[in-house]
Design a protein around this ligand. Structure first.
Ligand SMILES: NC(=O)c1ccc[n+]([C@@H]2O[C@H](COP(=O)([O-])OP(=O)(O)OC[C@H]3O[C@@H](n4cnc5c(N)ncnc54)[C@H](OP(=O)(O)O)[C@@H]3O)[C@@H](O)[C@H]2O)c1
Length: 342
């Protein structure tokens, strides 16, 4: 049973009844949920918008069984109630400020999150910066740095280098002594990738695999973070050096590959893998959180890596926020804040 009384009985939350265009979303007044075992209730001060949210809203990325079906995968805010701890579990203190990977429901003024998915709010960060961290840092860390932290000198190709995921990946690869290469679709986005420390390739103007071949003196890269899938599979395989690893985290270019030379997997001993963060269980997400706290949170505190914020919208303008991400002109993250903090 929760031990704290809540300040409000109701909250504002983004809802929709049928999947579809951004306009299906609207604000509703709903009861503030009570935290269950192992959960905390966060008063949301900011929430991140991610491409998986757009896909969920369109009906293309259903929430996994048991997850909160409402939108919003990351929040920053204040812990205002806690449920009973799981055995041996450390619960964030009441009143502490956290950023957290949510299992849905972040587009609201209150959000329940599993305690193990909370991380401290980095010192010197505001709510907007703190909310920009969980989804991209959990995704990039778990796919590029687990199970083994990359060795210095590792050459890494990051597709979509100017995205929320891409800007995080470039900085983390750089911070751990790797050599990031990034694709992006405009001169401005390439300039941003370069400013973060990557060698940028404008994939709309040149063949990324050919350019990468030149940039790496024919050696290729050791690791690829891919969000395109089918359309890039053959060129990704071609771009990997022996024992290289391709990690697929999205399929913007389709789930099927027309042609791909699979002989390269054998002759160069390549690994092709991938993951979706939301479907992973609380234990796995908790493990990622603890590694982030140990290895990455100090870098955030030192300013060695940072979230890039493109735009901030009030929760009541969630439709405009989704349209901005859909248009694709952004670099970095789009964030929602409750209307009263605007
Ligand atoms: N598997 C997981 O657990 C997981 C978790 C979070 C996110 N994701 C995925 O990761 C991707 C990035 O997420 P986000 O929230 O950061 O979204 P975002 O900011 O909207 O990023 C999408 C990016 O895709 C790039 N892109 C599109 N077509 C491209 C192509 N042909 N070649 C290279 N880049 C291309 C775009 O770059 P340009 O505008 O430069 O073309 C854009 O920067 C999304 O696909 C999302 O679904 C996966």
């Amino acid at each position: 049973m929760p031990t704290q009384s809540l300040p409000h009985a109701t909250m504002q939350a983004v809802c929709y009844t049928q999947p579809g265009a951004a306009e299906v979303m609207h604000l509703e007044s709903l009861p503030v949920p009570q935290p269950g075992r192992g959960e905390v209730l966060v008063r949301v001060l900011a929430a991140g918008v991610n491409r998986p949210d757009l896909m969920q809203r369109q009906g293309l990325y259903p929430p996994p069984p048991g997850a909160n079906p409402r939108l919003g995968l990351e929040v920053a805010g204040e812990v205002i109630a806690t449920g009973p701890a799981l055995e041996g579990q450390h619960m964030p203190a009441l009143g502490s400020r956290v950023c957290a990977l949510a299992n849905g429901g972040g587009y609201a003024t209150y959000c329940l999150v599993p305690a193990g998915q909370c991380l401290p709010w980095p010192e010197g960060f505001d709510a907007i910066q703190a909310a920009a961290l969980p989804e991209t840092y959990f995704t990039v860390w778990s796919n590029l740095f687990m199970p083994t932290i990359m060795a210095p000198g590792t050459r890494v190709l990051i597709h979509g280098g100017a995205s929320g995921i891409g800007t995080t990946a470039i900085q983390l690869v750089k911070a751990f002594g790797g050599h990031p290469f990034a694709t992006a679709g405009s001169t401005e986005k390439c300039a941003l990738c370069t400013s973060l420390g990557a060698k940028a390739i404008n994939y709309k103007e040149e063949d990324f695999a050919e350019r990468l071949h030149t940039l790496t003196q024919g050696r290729g890269v050791n690791l690829i973070l891919d969000m395109i899938g089918g359309a890039y599979l053959d060129r990704n395989l071609k771009s990997l050096s022996p024992d290289g690893r391709l990690v697929i985290i999205a399929l913007q270019g389709g789930a099927k590959a027309e042609k791909a030379d699979l002989a390269r997997i054998m002759t160069r001993r390549l690994t092709v893998t991938g993951s979706t963060l939301r479907a992973r269980d609380a234990t796995a997400k908790g493990r990622i959180a603890r590694q982030l706290q140990e290895h990455v949170w100090p870098l955030l505190a030192e300013g060695q890596v940072r979230p890039l914020i493109h735009a901030v919208f009030p929760l009541s303008q969630v439709v405009a926020a989704h349209k901005a991400l859909e248009e694709g002109q952004h670099c970095g993250k789009i964030i929602l804040v409750p209307d009263h903090t605007q």
